[in-house]
Ligand binder design. Structure first.
Ligand SMILES: C[S@@+](CC[C@H](N)C(=O)[O-])C[C@H]1O[C@@H](n2cnc3c(N)ncnc32)[C@H](O)[C@@H]1O
Length: 208
């Protein structure tokens, strides 16, 4: 059974405000990195929140295994498909692939996903990922400890109900993991709450 946030897409979107860091600013930053007029594939997209931030002329497609998120997005005219980002087929041809808050849901298959996206995105792969430090930060850290103490992790934790529930990496582990996958640029590298990495796939001679 998924946690409450994953049962009610509107609640999920609202809950992003509770997370440390400014989710709104993060989505805006990702949209600016993507730029205008790009085709965007958003993997593990939730209810397709990123679509609202994209610059003019972008074409958006999101994939999420949670059918509630896909249906919710579709009712709002956002192109989200109930699809597994780890299924074997090729991704649609796009300039940018976004992987936001997904890696820690994939367990050991995170490497596989990154390599597949790096081989197929025509311009960039953008990874946004929270760190383990986030869970210990300020008021959220207190809520996190209280939640564990009350045994409410299943109801109010990060269980998406579709994937193995992994733990985020520490900031140092995350930066190390991402940099080992391929050369990338870190945006706000000193922010301990997350890593935002941009992989230039044109430089790799990626898909054409
Ligand atoms: C924490 S949410 C992130 C949502 C959105 N990207 C964001 O940044 O707010 C992680 C999402 O990944 C989805 N997910 C997990 N494994 C998946 C998979 N193999 N294929 C597609 N979606 C997956 C879950 O259903 C969940 O909605």
């Amino acid at each position: 059974m998924p946690a409450l946030w994953y049962r009610y897409p509107a609640l999920y979107e609202w809950s992003l405000r509770l997370l440390p860091g400014d989710s709104d600013a993060i989505f805006r930053t990702i949209a600016e990195i993507i730029g205008a007029g790009r085709r965007v594939l958003d993997l593990g997209c939730g209810p397709g929140t990123l679509a609202r931030y994209l610059l003019p002329g972008c074409a958006y497609e999101g994939w999420d295994l949670n059918p509630r998120f896909a249906a919710y997005a579709q009712r709002r005219g956002i192109n989200v498909l109930a699809r597994d980002c780890l299924d074997g087929g090729p991704y649609p041809p796009v300039e940018c692939i976004v992987i936001s808050r997904l890696l820690h849901h994939l367990g050991s298959r995170d490497h596989e996903l990154l390599q597949r996206t790096l081989a197929q995105a025509r311009e960039r792969v953008i990874v946004f990922e929270p760190t383990l430090e986030e869970e210990h930060h300020g008021l959220y850290g207190l809520v996190y400890r209280l939640r564990a103490w009350l045994g409410l992790e299943t109801l109010l934790g990060d269980h998406d109900g579709v994937a193995a529930h992994g733990r985020p990496r520490t900031k140092a582990e995350l930066m190390d993991f991402l940099a080992t996958e391929a050369p990338c640029q870190f945006v706000q590298p000193d922010n301990i709450l997350f890593a935002l990495a941009v992989f230039d796939t044109q430089a790799r001679g990626g898909a054409t």
